[in-house]
Design a protein around this ligand. Structure first.
Ligand code: WTA
Length: 635
């Protein structure tokens, strides 16, 4: 790749060189993009034909009840038919599907055949435990192979998984179990993180006390730490998998295209997390197609998405898309800097990873330790790299590009959301890159930056990022709350029928998209998505606090850090000890990722006359900036 100095320095183009483009399935973007927009249904139906269907669809897109779009109606498939079953009929059967490494250095591998066997066995265990098609099963696990087996087993029998990130804590888990009315919880005694065992089962026990819908809890023994097991409710995974109920023969359920595959909770602007629902048909088509074209996966490739399966990135691009494409996917249990900051680079060398996908936060974190940790390793297997979760600053982009990619691996900066199921704005391996820009829309998508009235803003100006069309991977609704689905995403541009992303962005004169960040009360902390309101409710659940406001402040490492302002109840006084106690309380209720970096005591919060907290004012105050227009302030 060579730099092109024709454009100004922030806009310099990085052109992919031949070693990459010669592989690329897509050799030319503009023409194909135009075709995919002109005949969107034709584009998606052609892609869908590459997957296995028990019965072909009648209609590609049913838009008779907007915004509740349906895709491939009348079709019957199952993500498992594509992620496992069809590979067992080809040479892929004995190829590695999954390479897993634990933090302590233990490892396991599964061929497609072996993964299929374990999934069938666990699917039979779930059935024996009374799981039925349509049941929502909660999964709360560390990054071990069983989390993938559990997800796939749910899908196989037509049950719906709801994975709760293993870094979340008691109240976050309890709330999600209750919202989904789950009867079955799959967990583990714990996992390893920075050399220490985590206590997942203990957290799960407390969550089950708060949300009593669970009557079966299956736990993997991972750490071997002592843990409480309740009679007739709690079972060890290995005990059940050793019983005759765990037969390795299990038929895959033939699900309708629109049958739910999973619920994934994500933070929105209200205190309650939203359970976004994805389906077997459209999601399968969208996840597998985006992966195939963007990361240009080849049969001999080893792919590593260093995310947690508990987030959408892990669902789509550790589990479903790679397996549907017959790829080898890697999963690593622990921290990138344990025991040393070369852990990831060591893994790339050890397993010969060809394509590597991570977040800007992780890159910035590892960049701090300097290039020498990466330079110790042979990273020459890498061909393509990716970034996701937040805007990547050009400095981190360049470090990633030069130090890890050695100047010849293009970076696919993929913009997307839990709601979108897969990549929406992204380069392809042939796209000339601009560091910090997610570049252009993926096929089939018309994306724009508009003002409040829906008028396109001029090149370089900031506005709301919207998507103007339906796409197969779109979330279908919010579990139990279709009104909120309309309210959140579709009401703002109701007249136009556009999807509101909640992000603000710019488009430059070359049509490249630059994401600025969230323009609602959603925070991205180290790439993790959190809601101001969730953090506030965790704080207010402490007896000393009557009101709280949480905002994000820019941070060069984490993207944002949480700054909380709290009001004390009568009888409590501010102190450093109380600050520490409040931080611990948030760890305990929501999880350490939501812990405020600062907690400030105040007499009152700035509010509008209608009583809404003006977080904008708090942010300006915390940053020592102008407070702006205060005309709507209470007093
Ligand atoms: C942000 C993660 C800039 C964005 C897949 C979005 C990004 C939110 C990028 C969704 C990117 C994701 N560049 N920002 N490449 N990718 N975001 O649901 O603000 O956890 O709205 O999905 O992450 O977060 P979520």
């Amino acid at each position: 790749m060579k730099k092109n100095s024709v454009l100004n320095s922030t806009n310099s183009l990085y052109h992919p060189d031949k070693s990459v483009t010669k592989h690329a399935r897509i050799k030319e973007y503009d023409k194909l993009y135009k075709e995919s927009i002109t005949d969107r249904e034709g584009f998606w139906s052609k892609e869908a034909k590459g997957l296995h269907w028990y019965q072909k669809w009648d209609k590609v897109l049913d838009d008779s009840n907007k915004p509740f779009y349906k895709w491939f109606t009348g079709g019957k498939t199952n993500v498992i038919a594509n992620a496992i079953d069809r590979h067992l009929l080809t040479e892929t059967k004995n190829k590695l599907a999954l390479i897993w490494e634990g933090e302590p250095g233990d490892m396991k591998t599964f061929s497609y055949f072996a993964l299929g066997r374990e999934v069938s066995k666990f699917a039979n265990v779930l059935k024996a435990m009374g799981a039925k098609k349509g049941d929502i099963i909660t999964i709360y696990m560390p990054q071990i192979p069983e989390i993938i087996i559990a997800m796939l087993a749910c899908a196989k029998i037509g049950a719906v998984h709801s994975v709760v990130y293993g870094g979340f804590s008691v109240e976050a888990l309890a709330e999600r179990i209750a919202d989904a009315h789950s009867r079955i919880l799959i967990t583990a005694d714990g996992g390893f993180r920075r050399g220490k065992p985590t206590q997942l089962k203990a957290i799960a026990d407390e969550a089950m006390r708060r949300s009593p819908t669970i009557d079966v809890c299956i736990a993997v023994r991972r750490t071997g730490e002592e843990c409480y097991m309740e009679n007739d409710r709690d079972f060890w995974w290995h005990d059940l998998m050793g019983m005759p109920i765990a037969s390795s023969k299990c038929e895959t359920e033939q699900t309708d295209a629109e049958d739910p595959l999973f619920i994934l909770y994500t933070s929105g602007t209200t205190g309650k997390p939203k359970g976004l629902l994805h389906t077997h048909g459209g999601y399968s088509v969208y996840a597998s197609t985006t992966f195939k074209y963007v990361f240009d996966i080849q049969p001999a490739d080893r792919w590593w998405c260093a995310a947690d399966p508990g987030w959408i990135t892990g669902h789509s691009y550790i589990v479903y898309a790679p397996l549907m494409n017959g790829a080898t996917t890697l999963l690593y249990e622990g921290a990138p800097n344990h025991p040393y900051p070369n852990r990831w680079w060591q893994m790339i060398e050890k397993y010969g990873v060809n394509i590597f996908y991570t977040s800007p936060t992780a890159i910035r974190g590892l960049m701090r330790y300097g290039a020498s940790w990466a330079d110790k390793h042979d990273l020459s297997s890498l061909r393509l790299m990716g970034s996701v979760g937040e805007p990547i600053n050009p400095e981190a982009w360049k470090w990633y590009y030069d130090v890890i990619g050695k100047g010849h691996c293009p970076i696919m900066d993929t913009w997307w959301q839990t709601e979108t199921g897969g990549f929406m704005i992204t380069p392809l391996p042939i796209t000339p890159l601009k560091p910090g820009s997610a570049t252009k829309p993926f096929f089939g998508n018309e994306v724009a930056v508009v003002d409040e009235a829906g008028k396109a803003v001029p090149a370089g100006a900031e506005g709301n990022l919207v998507i103007k069309n339906p796409w197969p991977g779109m979330a279908r609704t919010i579990l139990g709350d279709p009104d909120q689905f309309i309210e959140k995403y579709w009401k703002h541009y109701k007249k136009q029928g556009w999807y509101l992303t909640g992000d603000s962005a710019k488009v430059d004169k070359d049509g490249y998209f630059w994401i600025i960040g969230r323009n609602d009360d959603v925070l991205k902390v180290s790439g993790y998505r959190l809601g101001s309101a969730e953090i506030e409710s965790a704080l207010v659940s402490h007896p000393a606090i009557t009101e709280a406001a949480a905002i994000g402040l820019p941070d060069s490492l984490k993207g944002n850090i949480i700054h909380a302002t709290v009001i004390l109840r009568e009888g409590f006084a501010p102190s450093d000890a109380l600050v520490e106690e409040l931080k611990k309380h948030v760890d305990n209720e929501l999880g350490p990722i939501a812990r405020p970096a600062h907690i400030e005591f105040a007499e009152k919060l700035p509010k509008t006359r209608s009583g809404k907290i003006m977080r904008r004012v708090l942010k300006a105050r915390a940053l020592g900036q102008e407070e702006g227009d205060l005309t709507t302030l209470e007093e």
